[in-house]
Write a protein that binds this ligand. Structure first.
Ligand SMILES: [Mg+2]
Length: 116
């Protein structure tokens, strides 16, 4: 049994994510050097690390400009799109499958009175 929020999320993923991923592929292929999934995986983790560093600095009390978080989050998203395209992962399908598995576990935990 899928709740309304997850149903909406899945419906929007079906309608839009593969289009966005394909648009990234077209843009990347037309205007940038072709690179392997290995490269993009390292880039993805590098960008995630840059985002984590900002969070660490903020956590330690430093004032970080919000635009820097936005910029690094965008880098992570772009790197993820490029990684999935290089690896031929259809993120829409992978995400829907994963969300359904998470929801199944969440519901099982809920029945036992446990949090996910
Ligand atoms: Mg960056």
């Amino acid at each position: 049994m899928i709740n309304k929020e997850l149903e909406n999320l899945i419906q929007n993923l079906i309608n839009q994510l593969s289009t966005i991923q394909n648009n990234f592929d077209d843009y990347q292929n037309k205007h940038f050097e072709k690179r392997s999934s290995h490269f993009f995986c390292l880039e993805l983790n590098g960008e995630a690390g840059e985002l984590a560093n900002l969070e660490k600095k903020e956590w330690k009390g430093k004032n970080i400009e919000f635009a820097k978080f936005e910029d690094e989050a965008a880098d992570v998203f772009i790197a993820l799109m490029n990684y999935c395209n290089a690896k031929q992962i259809k993120l829409e399908d992978a995400l829907i499958n994963k969300l359904k598995r998470i929801e199944k576990i969440r519901l099982e935990n809920e029945e036992k009175g446990e949090k996910y």
